[in-house]
Design a binder for this molecule. Structure first.
Ligand code: R5P
Length: 297
């Protein structure tokens, strides 16, 4: 039986989350230098004595293309230096939304990313992965994986901020998250219908919400990328004379000016989990990650 990993190497902007997980599990914070050579190539140096021991690499895979090569070099360096088992803890797991060939000739990149990471790491932990057409990560990942659910954390946040909420998921896929969070909040919920016309173009049809009058809407989604989905749902609610909604997301990716655009749309607030570092992080998921990681180790 493998000994549990003892080191945790957190991606530079995730050191706080790494420290918190390390403290909860008694892991040693690993020291690695990651930087770019002037020509853009990745430099990796591991300064912790990992020989014969296990390691966790904590790296959310938002903006994945900028990280993947350094991540793989870090993994290879750890193995080269004798680490016995290397677990990837990626609170946000990239590429899951391209889970089918939507148009002829497209790459099904969820599969390719799964193949790459499965061939590199020994196990995977991730938070609320965007599973829509796949029932589980095991359909595409060949390594053992753990899926961290953060519905209790979202519900706890909403309960302390909104006295009488109703939850609204912007599309059918969101029902899996919204229903759980609503139950934990003791609040009703509904989901809208969304049709995506392009990266930054969606059409949303709200269901009949009149039975919720007197409550405050809370929009809940897993990923906020361009924020187009949230902004469209928010403006429909405003047009229908609802109070400004609180916007809650698991993974605040916020491409380009997305966050500023969302704030400009006038939400009551925007809160995301600290699995992807961002100024909107208000929901701490370190305990949930640590619990799941402990099970995986
Ligand atoms: C999509 O299926 C996801 O659950 C999110 O609704 C989507 O990724 C949000 O993207 P955006 O912020 O670009 O509208």
């Amino acid at each position: 039986m493998d000994k549990p990993p003892t080191w945790i190497f957190a991606w530079p902007e995730q050191e706080a989350l790494g420290r918190s997980i390390a403290t909860r599990l008694g892991l040693k914070p690993g020291v690695a230098e990651l930087r770019r050579f002037p020509d853009g190539e990745s430099y990796v140096r591991v300064l912790s004595p990992v020989a014969g021991e296990g390691a966790v690499v904590l790296a959310s895979l938002d903006r994945p293309d900028a990280k993947l090569v350094s991540l793989l070099w870090l993994l290879e360096t750890l193995r080269d230096l004798g680490a016995r088992r290397v677990v990837l803890a990626a609170p946000y797991l990239a590429y899951l939304r391209q889970d089918t060939r939507f148009q002829e000739g497209e790459g099904v990149t969820s599969r390719y990313c799964a193949k790459l990471l499965s061939s590199a790491f020994d196990a995977l932990l991730t938070v609320e992965p965007h599973l829509h057409r796949y029932a589980s990560l095991d359909e595409i990942y060949t390594i053992p994986s753990r899926r961290v659910g953060v519905a209790p954390e979202l519900a706890a946040y909403i309960r302390t901020r909104v006295e009488s909420p109703f939850l609204l998921g912007p599309d059918r896929e969101s029902e899996q998250w919204v229903s759980q969070v609503a139950e934990l909040c003791g609040a009703p919920f509904a989901v809208a219908e969304k049709t995506r016309h392009g990266d930054r173009s969606v059409a949303i049809r709200l269901p009949d919400l009149e039975r919720f009058r007197g409550r405050q809407p809370v929009l809940v989604d897993d990923i906020l990328s361009t924020a187009t989905t949230m902004i469209e749902a928010l403006s429909l609610l405003k047009k229908a004379a609802w109070p400004a909604p609180l916007c809650v997301g698991v993974h605040g990716l916020f491409a380009g000016e997305a966050y500023a655009a969302l704030l400009a749309a006038g939400p009551a607030g925007v809160a995301t989990c600290n699995g992807v570092p961002h100024s909107s992080n208000a929901i701490d998921i370190s305990e949930a990650c640590a619990r799941a990681l402990e099970g995986l180790l």
